[in-house]
Design a protein around this ligand. Structure first.
Ligand code: 5FU
Length: 285
């Protein structure tokens, strides 16, 4: 497939899903394929990091924070979470970035629909994109789609993971791509380590219209992994060699001390430039 040679601009024009289109247009407008993953426990650090990296990113990946606080301080957070989400949305408007809640839904359709629409977090009301594991089969998509599609949201399926020994490979990955093909209105792409166009199809089958977005975690410029199975590749390996679209970087940017806002912004610029250089090399502009 030559889709990976096309520019973000060309691909945005063809996108029908509003969330995917917004992401591609934002990448284009800000010349950034960098997403920052903000996995910190303190709401103050959470907002400070987002404000610092905001100008340089196409997307912010919110994640454990909400769940972690929710599960440990439910009474505080019932009051607190809506305000935090308003702050997050205000920053999204201020800095022009897309919001992705890395929720990794993995239950029956009815339950994920409730988890997505309701509860304290009401994820569907503020996250442009969310994601799901494929373990439950296609019903996980049907459930989430019943909530997200009318709101113009998009879903990413976890086709591969960055961790050592991941079980999401081979026929599992092929089945994930097949599930996505059957729900192209809502499934806009994958969390994966490489492009997925044509995966699982025969050598002579061409799928001209197949254009999945690939968002890739496990990206770092300075180290190869952590002590808990995470594996890092460079933006060049991810975007140029593997054809992925968005690099997701967490600790590589906010490091050991989430309160050092100046160095966080400097790291964000460094990753943004590396990600964009790899994209330009890929599309040979
Ligand atoms: F699906 C995945 C995956 O395969 N690898 C990941 O690392 C998700 N992640 C998330 O990306 C993980 O939960 C973190 O939120 C983030 C990577 O953070 P890091 O600090 O850059 O390692």
């Amino acid at each position: 497939s030559s889709l990976h040679l096309q520019t973000y601009t060309q691909r945005a024009l063809r996108q029908k899903n509003p969330a995917a289109k917004l992401l591609l247009e934002t990448i284009d407008r800000k010349q950034s394929n960098l997403a920052v993953s903000v996995d910190v426990a303190s709401p103050k650090d959470f907002l400070a990091i987002i404000d610092a990296v905001g100008p340089f990113v196409c997307l912010i990946k919110a994640t454990l924070l909400l769940r972690r606080l929710f599960s440990t301080h439910i009474d505080i957070i019932e009051d607190f979470t809506p305000a935090l989400l308003e702050d997050l949305q205000a920053l999204s408007t201020k800095h022009d970035f897309v919001i992705f809640e890395d929720r990794k839904f993995a239950d029956i359709g009815n339950t994920v629909a409730l988890q997505y629409s309701s509860g304290v977090h009401k994820i569907a009301s503020w996250a442009h994109l969310t994601n799901a594991h494929c373990v439950p089969g296609p019903s996980v998509i049907t459930g989430l789609s019943s909530v997200g599609l009318p709101l113009g949201r998009g879903l990413l399926l976890l086709a591969e993971m960055s961790t050592k020994g991941s079980l999401a490979s081979g026929s599992y990955t092929e089945a994930a791509v097949q599930m996505a093909r059957e729900h192209r209105d809502f499934v806009v792409g994958f969390i994966a380590q490489r492009r997925m166009d044509g995966v699982g199809t025969g050598p002579n089958e061409t799928l001209e219209e197949e254009d999945f977005l690939i968002l890739t975690p496990g990206v770092g410029l300075d180290v190869k992994g952590d002590a808990m199975g995470q594996q890092y590749r460079t933006p060049r390996e991810v975007v140029l060699e593997s054809g992925c679209d968005v690099i997701i970087v967490g600790r590589g940017i906010y490091g050991q001390d989430p309160s050092l806002v100046d160095s966080i912004a400097a790291q964000a610029i460094r990753y943004k430039e590396a990600g964009w250089a790899a994209y330009l090399a890929r599309t040979q502009i």
